[in-house]
Write a protein that binds this ligand. Structure first.
Ligand code: ADP
Ligand code: PMV
Ligand code: MG
Length: 397
């Protein structure tokens, strides 16, 4: 398997509570989504490194010898515990022909790729001569953690290509996972990729992409939530584009400007995450409707808080109003400013009400769908375990 190549996937995520507050040391509750990013790595030869990212319209190819020289110019302090420096990123931008202030999806994707590739190869091996394609079921830049799923897949593939982690997939097996220790390494390098894309990420998204399931995340501490009930959640994409990096920076500015006003809001969001966790842990696996009013009220309060810290958007207000008119409660998820919202579907919501809400959301130009939560984290696949659509998308790349 290793010499033939590698197929790896990582899930997106939904943050139930704690987005933004988690960047400032508060807790977040997040679950892995049943929508994934897939990466195919093929061993090349010919001394070229090729990357194809159809989701952001990128097809680039470099000479491995040239990348070695570039790496040696900036390699002095590559480490998974150190943030990428401004100087390192400036050198990479110049090399890749990316403008100094570029924040377009393709530029950030190429920059994260180059940084991770050179940093990992500086630490563990040589710049690999490989052909990498990444394709995703996740919408890009919509709050579902596409950046983290991309970074987790890259970290796993590049660490594998540099022989820093094993290949746990045995002949005849459909899927396999890495050991805890290997996943810790994947997670820490994925965090570096997130740093390139987001500027100042909390690490919650790459943790969910790596470990999967449902977890509480606070200041780097990951606690898996063991008994999470089967919640039904409707996801709605307002399709309003936004950048996590810009939104995270905006919240920071507000906190610096009005600390006495903003810090209590972050404390309150923290208390909401705590309260939500207690309710989830008290609920049986198949909960009866009586638990839902509290979860619904927590959604409403947090949505107001997120507006206060400046990450709301008229499209998200509209989403909340539309679902409220059908008795359903929603909040934004992820960085906000557009992107996705989540709506809780309690067991006593009638199919008629849910269908009517979906219809009205679609009439606003939004896209909505129900998806599984609690999906597995980073996974290695045999090609026979992937469906035809994924294989086709990766083969076309
Ligand atoms: N499939 C992908 N291929 C390449 N880059 C991707 C992919 N998915 C996400 N990205 C990178 O992540 C960025 C989006 O990250 P972000 O603004 O954090 O939104 P989110 O993580 O909510 O989707 C994109 O601009 C792009 O650089
Ligand atoms: C806003 C934040 O809490 C989540 C961002 O998620 P996304 O990139 O919008 O999927 C930032 C972070 O935790 O790094
Ligand atoms: Mg992101």
């Amino acid at each position: 398997m290793p010499e033939r190549g590698l197929l790896v996937s990582a899930p997106g995520k939904v943050i139930l509570h704690g987005e933004h507050a988690v960047v400032h040391g508060k807790a977040a509750l997040a679950v892995a989504l049943g929508l994934r990013t897939f990466l195919r790595l093929r061993h090349g030869g010919g001394g070229r490194l090729c990357v194809c990212l159809p989701g952001v319209g990128v097809r680039r190819e470099w000479d491995v010898a040239e990348l070695r020289v570039l790496r040696d110019r900036i390699a002095a302090d590559f480490d998974e515990s150190k943030s990428p420096s401004v100087e390192q990123l400036d050198v990479l931008k110049e090399f890749a022909g990316i403008a100094a202030d570029a924040s377009a999806p393709d530029s950030l994707a190429v920059l994260a790729f180059l940084y991770m590739c050179l940093a990992i190869s500086a630490k563990y091996g040589d710049v690999p001569s490989v052909d990498i394609a990444v394709w995703s079921e996740l919408p890009t830049g919509a709050g579902l953690g596409s950046s983290a799923a991309y970074a987790v897949c890259l970290a796993a593939a590049l660490l594998h290509a540099c022989r820093a982690i094993s290949c746990p997939l045995k002949d005849g097996e459909a899927t396999a996972r890495w050991t805890e220790e290997e996943m810790t390494l994947i997670n820490s390098w994925a965090f570096q990729g997130e740093r390139v894309i987001h500027g100042n990420p909390s690490g919650v998204d790459n943790a969910v992409g790596t470990w999967g399931g449902a977890l509480r995340y606070q200041s780097g501490k990951i606690t898996s939530l063991k008994r999470v009930p089967t919640l039904r959640i409707l996801l709605t994409n307002t399709k309003v584009p936004r950048s996590t990096k810009v939104l995270v920076a905006g919240v920071k500015e507000k906190i610096v400007k009005f600390p006495a006003i903003m810090n209590p809001v972050l404390d309150s969001i923290d208390a909401i995450s705590q309260e939500c966790q207690s309710v989830l842990e008290a609920m049986p696996t198949n909960p009866s409707p009586e638990y839902y009013p509290v979860l619904e009220e927590l959604f409403d309060i947090n949505q107001h808080h997120l507006n206060v810290i400046g990450v709301g958007h008229p499209s998200l207000d509209r989403l909340c109003r539309v679902t409220a008119s059908h008795g359903l409660h929603s909040k934004l998820t992820g960085a906000g400013g557009g992107g996705c919202g989540i709506t809780l579907l309690p067991p006593d919501a009638t199919p008629l009400a849910v269908e009517a809400a979906k219809r009205d959301l679609c009439a606003c130009g939004f896209e909505c769908w129900e998806t599984d939560i609690g999906a597995p984290g980073v996974t290695l696949h045999s090609s026979s375990s992937l469906n035809a659509e994924v294989l086709h998308a990766l083969a076309e790349s």
